[in-house]
Design a protein around this ligand. Structure first.
Ligand SMILES: [Zn+2]
Length: 335
């Protein structure tokens, strides 16, 4: 296990951190890994305080902070979360997980927090002394916690003293500053990637294959070698590997004779309709032989290689040939 993974595990274990401050409590509860990859989280927002103008500005602050994290997650390397603002009205029950995953409430005090526990995750915004820019900064930080990020000295937004001009908690002028807002950086994105995975394909792994005839057993042996590549920033072990096969391959045609410990496999066919393949007139849908492990302990670490072996009576040059379509093999890393 490399040091980055330890960092994340240590971060997840560091569940609650309370910081001294001068009048403003800047504390957090990290509900790490509560959410599922790709989930859309409903952020229930109580109506902000103040007159119509202030309310409008605070709503803008909410939307700006939400958009920031959503934009960061649009990075094609990250399959993160999507935040969706839901204004609270009479029909919304904040305590119903079907209505709210996260709730934002406004308080005339100096406390900023994000608390986990059973959903919803509660963000407490102490708006005393803050203008809309201060609200935006506080929300960016607390929404980062709500998504599962802990404090990180390498992050401008998630540092324990984020936005502060001193080593302590940020002052009201720090939070309300006209300076440009910091945006999620590589550290924030790496944290997301560790929790919610990556859609990166092929660049992290490649594969080889060969076939050999076993005359004694009267069958063919097909070997697939999956190599996890050492690529900076992509240190998550590979836990999924898919081989495309001809559409008319069936489960009976294959015997899995070697598979890494802790891995499972299944054959699936897409586009099945009415018991037929490809009956929409298009090309036959391929069959997919999918290997996966649901435990990252058994994943293939960068630099490692693993072997999968299949036997079949079908020869490579059969209409159901296996090797012809091997360039379509797609190593995937999905954690
Ligand atoms: Zn915090």
């Amino acid at each position: 296990m490399n040091s980055n993974k330890w960092k994340i595990i240590i971060a997840i274990m560091a569940l609650i951190v309370v910081f001294p401050s001068f009048g403003r409590a800047w504390e957090s509860w990290n509900p790490a890994a509560r959410w599922a990859r790709g989930q859309t989280l409903k952020v229930c927002v109580e109506n902000p305080p103040g007159d119509a103008e202030t309310q409008g500005e605070f709503w803008e602050a909410v939307y700006e902070a939400i958009a920031e994290w959503n934009t960061a997650q649009n990075d094609p390397n990250i399959q993160g979360l999507t935040l969706e603002a839901v204004p609270v009205n009479d029909e919304i029950d904040i305590n119903d997980p079907n209505d709210c995953d996260i709730d934002i409430t406004w308080h005339n005090d100096y406390e900023e927090s994000c608390e986990g526990g059973p959903p919803p995750v509660s963000i407490h915004i102490g708006y005393a002394g803050l203008n809309s820019r201060g609200i935006t900064r506080v929300l960016k930080h607390e929404l980062g916690h709500a998504e599962g990020l802990d404090h990180s000295a390498a992050s401008e937004i998630m540092a324990e003293n984020a936005f502060s001009s001193t080593n302590g908690a940020p002052s009201d002028p720090d939070l309300n500053s006209e300076d440009a807002f910091p945006v999620p950086n590589n550290d924030d994105k790496a944290g997301k990637k560790a929790m919610y995975g990556t859609a990166q394909r092929a660049s992290q792994a490649n594969g080889e294959s060969d076939a050999s005839r076993d005359d004694e057993e009267n069958l063919w042996r097909y070997n697939y070698f999956l190599h996890a590549l050492v690529v900076p920033e992509f240190w998550i072990p590979i836990t999924e590997f898919t081989v495309s096969l001809s559409s008319n391959i069936n489960l009976d045609d294959l015997t899995i004779t070697q598979i890494p410990q802790g891995w499972e496999w299944a054959l699936s066919k897409v586009g099945i309709s009415g018991g037929r393949l490809g009956d929409d007139g298009g090309a036959p849908s391929p069959a997919y032989l999918r290997f996966w492990t649901s435990n990252t302990i058994f994943g293939v670490e960068p630099g490692q290689s693993v072997e999968f072996q299949i036997s079949s009576t079908l020869p490579p040059r059969d209409v159901r040939e296996l090797l012809r379509i091997l360039p379509a093999m797609i190593p995937m890393s999905l954690v």
